[in-house]
Write a new protein. Sequence first.
Length: 327
Amino acid sequence: MARIKYYYDTETCRYERVKTSNTDVLINALGIICLCLIFGVGIAAAYVSYFPSEKEIALMKENEELLIHYQQLNKELDGAQKWLAELQDKDDNMYRVIYEAEPVPSSVRIAGTGGVDRYSDLLEQNLSQEELIITAKRKVDLLKRKMYVQSNSYEELVDLAKDKTEMLASIPAIQPIHNKDLKRFASGFGYRIHPIYKVRKLHTGVDFTAPTGTPIFSSGDGKVIKVERSLRGYGHQVEIDHGYNYITKYAHMSKIDVRVGEKVKRGQIIGEVGSTGTSTAPHLHYEVIYKGSKVNPVNYFFNDLTPAQYDEIAKQAAIENQSFDGH
């Protein structure tokens, strides 16, 4: 039985009974309900925090595993970056040095792949681990960019290698006649005694003594640009353009076996030794012309000679004797 409440009325000087309206009852009831809800939510939150459900436990475990996988992926990305950096270093300091190419500028290698806007779609998703995801995405994008640049660099090196192979086959690199015993080298490049006027004059090639009819070989791949038959000066002569600014001249020949426009290979017979033109004995006068200037042919015998043989022929070439012609 509910307790009856009274209050003292000063006007009537009597105790009057307290009357409770339905509104008061409703307000009191709602207050109690709200208070219970607040306590219930608090207790539920505390319970959930300290006693997660099986689903939450599974999700937490999955997040931990994902974090471990991310850390492993991050290490692999760092390893790939390091490996790519080693390839870049070899590319710039070894391969490009061999092929005489300029290193790839660092500004090209580390060129950006976009600013913050590139990852705006990820930022808008409000992911719980968005910083980790964006960091990994940036590393992947940078790695892809560097790999693209490196791939282009290797393609360029392949083209350079092809060109280098052709260049190495074209540059004069052997003696134009067989000279294994080094006894046929008669006169070198430089000032020598003119065989007719007996004065010192610049000898613009080297002379190889050999019997008339001895085969003469092209010293590199190229194209015949001049064939001339004369009884004066260089006599019967051949000029071959090897490309890469190199031209070779073969003079005083007794026989010519090539024609203008013909392509020749290194070691191919182009004629025979003779004594035509201004010559005092059968020999081959051989010149190497680089960028329009006549240079010492001895420097281009590296494919035929051992280091000891090269030293010997260099000594003979330095002797100031009489040349076999006036060139």
